[in-house]
Design a protein around this ligand. Structure first.
Ligand code: BG6
Length: 495
């Protein structure tokens, strides 16, 4: 199904995200016929460009990153426009009014407009107000939706203030808080795996699950984003949003129906059940780390404090391991271990559900664990591990696996990327995969005491780049007789 005719206004159009993710996503949607022919993209930023220069810039990026070419590329670029304004100045938005009128007329959009705030977060509160000053937020003629990029606030107070600011001019049904993890096919597949099979759900609870690991590992460092990252750290950058959303997908109750409200009711409910960690609990359940120089994939990498934009005495965490629990009937007492870090040995995001062992070990004291490994990236897959008889004499059990890989599906090459899926959903008015205000608040409510604890007493341990984080993180999980899984980047033969 194609989208309705509409105009997409990208604020921050001269920035990185626009040419790296947004324009490529729109281009690919256009190429596969998912966009209406009647769409336009209006790039907005301070940089002085005209339509031709903007088109040329985007064209170059598409050729470089998407191997775009030929007629499709030419035609797509004809839909791109640009308007320079001072995005922080409401008066300047007057320039947008005739530009948008013209585009709405030309593309017969009935006024349907999707605003994308791909700007520094300091503008997230300002842009809605400036749009409203010119009546560009009202839905009298066509829908008006606004996409907010993370971070949704810096802490609980600023998150609440931001919410109030945006809500002054846009209603909740118009606000789309994008978390690109929710756009990932395998994250969505978690819901299908859980709720369309009778096999897993009866086991998916405290009676059968021993513990859950959620890992978001990256081999990359902070690249050119040292300035941003240093004010953020792993907790705000990865946990508060992406990994807690993933946790919600693992732990939520089945929604009554699959629609935006039903789904997001369940997500918010489970996030509200996260056990609030006290300072005393955090002493044992939180480990923060920062990478020092080391070798990753055979290449020497510098320390975090030597990265561009990072102060030499920074105590920002580039690694975090956390043990948390969910206080509800399904999960009471089941530890969820979350870890994430930069400059770890490989890039891998995965969830491991560790099931309890048999009540009585008939065949062997060391029977393999039953576990389900859900690989979100790379090499999206699901692997079930269990014990079978080792060939030969006796009854010794050995671990075997049953693996499903997304790439084996003939339709796998048609998978939409996260931004493609989410932009398409926003244009269709489907907010199911966007974070709702109550869920964002629940995440902050859980995260804030951890940030406060870190600010007051949190020690940040060193770890060598290319290792799996500080050894204190191993102790955190070892206290309960467990070890972190050490996944390799590719789930080919053995992981
Ligand atoms: C972003 C973070 O939101 O997610 C980055 O700001 C991180 O620091 C990235 O690298 C990870 O996303 P992905 O899709 O590569 O796992």
């Amino acid at each position: 199904m194609q989208t309705e005719n509409n105009c997409i206004v990208i604020f921050g159009a001269s920035g990185d995200l626009t040419h790296r993710k947004l324009i490529p996503a729109l281009y690919n949607l256009y190429k596969i016929g998912r966009l209406s022919e009647h769409f336009s993209v209006l790039g907005v930023a301070r940089t002085n460009l005209d339509d031709t220069a903007f088109r040329e810039k985007m064209r170059e990026a598409l050729i470089k990153n998407e191997n775009a070419e030929g007629e499709t590329l030419d035609k797509f670029c004809e839909h791109l426009y640009y308007q320079a304004i001072n995005t922080a100045d409401a008066v300047d938005y007057v320039k947008l009014v005739p530009r948008l009128d013209e585009l709405h007329d030309k593309y017969q959009t009935c006024g349907n407009t999707l605003y994308y705030m791909s700007t520094p977060p300091s503008l997230y509160g300002v842009i809605p107000e400036c749009l409203a000053a010119h009546g560009l937020n009202t839905e009298e003629f066509g829908w008006k939706r606004i996409i907010v990029e993370k971070p949704f606030g810096y802490d609980i107070k600023t998150a609440q203030a931001l919410d109030v600011q945006i809500h002054r001019f846009f209603e909740e049904h118009q606000i789309y808080r994008i978390d690109h993890y929710l756009g990932k096919e395998t994250v969505q597949n978690l819901l299908v795996l859980r709720f369309s099979n009778g096999l897993f759900e009866p086991l998916w609870n405290r009676n059968f699950v021993d513990y859950v690991e959620i890992t978001g590992a990256e081999a990359l460092g902070v690249e050119q984003r040292g300035g941003y990252y240093d004010g953020s750290g792993a907790m705000r950058d990865m946990v508060q949003n992406h990994l807690l959303q993933v946790l919600a997908m693992v732990a939520m109750e089945p929604p009554a129906i699959i629609n935006a409200n039903s789904m997001r009711d369940e997500v918010a409910k489970v996030l509200h059940c996260l056990h609030p960690l006290t300072d005393e609990e955090l002493k044992h359940n939180l480990v923060l780390g920062q990478y020092i120089a080391g070798e990753v994939n055979g290449e020497m990498q510098k320390a975090y404090t030597e990265e561009t934009g990072v102060p030499a005495d920074s105590t920002t965490e580039t690694y975090l391991a956390l043990r948390c629990e969910i206080d509800n009937w399904r999960w009471a007492g089941v530890p969820f271990y979350i870890r994430t870090g930069k400059r770890l040995p490989t890039r891998v995001t995965e969830i491991v559900i560790h099931f309890k062992t048999t009540p009585h070990p008939v065949f062997s004291q060391n029977a393999p664990e039953n576990k389900l490994i859900i690989r979100i990236q790379p090499d999206e897959s699901i692997s079930m591990r269990f014990g079978l008889k080792k060939p030969g004499a006796g009854f010794e059990a050995k671990e075997v696996s049953m693996d499903f890989r997304y790439s084996d599906l003939s339709s796998a090459s048609n998978l939409l990327t996260a931004y493609e899926r989410l932009l398409l959903d926003a244009m269709k008015g489907d907010a199911t995969l966007f974070a709702r205000t109550d869920a964002v608040h629940a995440c902050w409510k859980f995260v804030q005491p951890i940030l406060d604890y870190k600010a007051a007493n949190g020690r940040v341990y060193e770890y060598e780049a290319g290792t799996w984080g500080p050894k204190e993180a191993d102790k955190l999980i070892a206290r309960e007789g467990r070890v972190w899984r050490k996944p390799s980047g590719q789930m080919k033969k053995k992981v």
